[in-house]
Design a protein around this ligand. Structure first.
Ligand code: BJW
Length: 245
């Protein structure tokens, strides 16, 4: 392990362009539940059946209740050492953090060049996609009122401005994330690497010549693709790497 960390630290030192892609595992130590796996939010249901526009259309109150309780949970969480290290690295030119997380803990840690591929738990948008309401607006109320929030523009149902299955990601975010795969070092951290297009970024980075590394507690589909595979807690590995720089 010591040798792997030394190798990766040397790569971090030498990288002119470094991209870190993160998933729910980076926020686990902050107390934000992951989606899949033991202790995951969706251990009893298939994530793909819950996080969809159809689920919201057929049971909006139920979906809102779920998001309202997640807000309450996340509101009490703080960025951990892994978020802090990435925020510090992001002050270096050429460092981009691409996250699938909607908890905004990277934002709260002060990360500079950040791409939020799946939106934010703290923003709402018009479910009916009316012209003005298609653009998300900030809403940080905790708790949310019991009544489903309304779009201030058309009065229809508002929805969490997150990306559900089957929905397109913001093309500007996808394009920034793809641009960031043109790097010297690509890190995939705390993600099960099963949700696309995010899961495809590590392969893209590798095909463009990046050295790739994974930091995760368990093996994922990315493990066999990367140049260096580190098993461990992100909140321990990242500060260790930082100390080696
Ligand atoms: C630790 C740790 C610690 C724990 N330290 N590690 C190509 C092929 C196949 C399918 C598709 C494809 N292209 C598109 C699709 C369809 C679909 C998809 O990917 N399906 C697959 C699941 C099969 N993708 C989409 O629909 C996307 N849209 C799209 O592509 O539009 C165009 C299109 C549509 C349809 C067909 C084709 C094209 C949209 C995806 C939106 C995902 N949304 C969610 C919900 C967000 C809202 C919410 O939060 O409520 O995003 S799903 C959920 O999964 C969430 C996450 O961001 C995402 C990824 O999860 P993540 O972060 O990896 O978390 P976990 O829990 O899975 O893993 C945690 C990991 O951490 C584990 O590995 C642990 O070991 C580790 N860990 N503690 C280090 N301390």
């Amino acid at each position: 392990m010591e040798r792997l960390l030394q190798t990766l630290a040397a790569r971090i030192r030498g990288a002119r362009r470094l991209t870190a892609m993160t998933g729910a595992g980076i926020s686990a130590a902050s107390g934000v539940p992951t989606f899949r796996g033991p202790g995951g939010m969706w251990r009893t249901h298939r994530a793909e059946d819950l996080a969809t526009p159809d689920a919201f259309a057929s049971a909006p109150a139920l979906v809102w209740e779920r998001y309202a309780s997640r807000r309450e949970k996340v509101a009490s969480c703080r960025p951990n050492a892994a978020h802090d290290v990435l925020a510090r690295w992001s002050t270096r030119e050429g460092v981009v953090v691409v996250t699938q997380n909607v908890d905004d803990l990277h934002v709260r840690a002060g990360t500079r060049d950040l791409v939020r591929l799946h939106g934010s738990l703290w923003e709402l948008a018009c479910f009916g996609r009316c012209t003005a309401g298609a653009q998300p607006w900030r809403d940080e109320r905790v708790p949310l009122p019991d009544a489903i929030p309304r779009c201030p523009h058309c009065g229809g149902h508002a929805r969490p401005a997150v990306v559900w299955f089957g929905e397109s990601l913001d093309p500007a975010d996808v394009s920034r994330a793809l641009e960031a795969t043109a790097c010297d070092l690509f890190l995939t951290i705390g993600t099960s690497a099963v949700v696309y297009p995010a899961a495809g970024l590590v392969r893209e980075a590798r095909s463009r010549g990046a050295f790739t590394a994974e930091i995760n507690l368990e093996e994922t589909p990315a493990s066999s693709l990367v140049d260096l595979d580190i098993r461990g807690h992100a909140e321990e590995i990242l500060p260790t790497l930082d100390a080696l720089l």
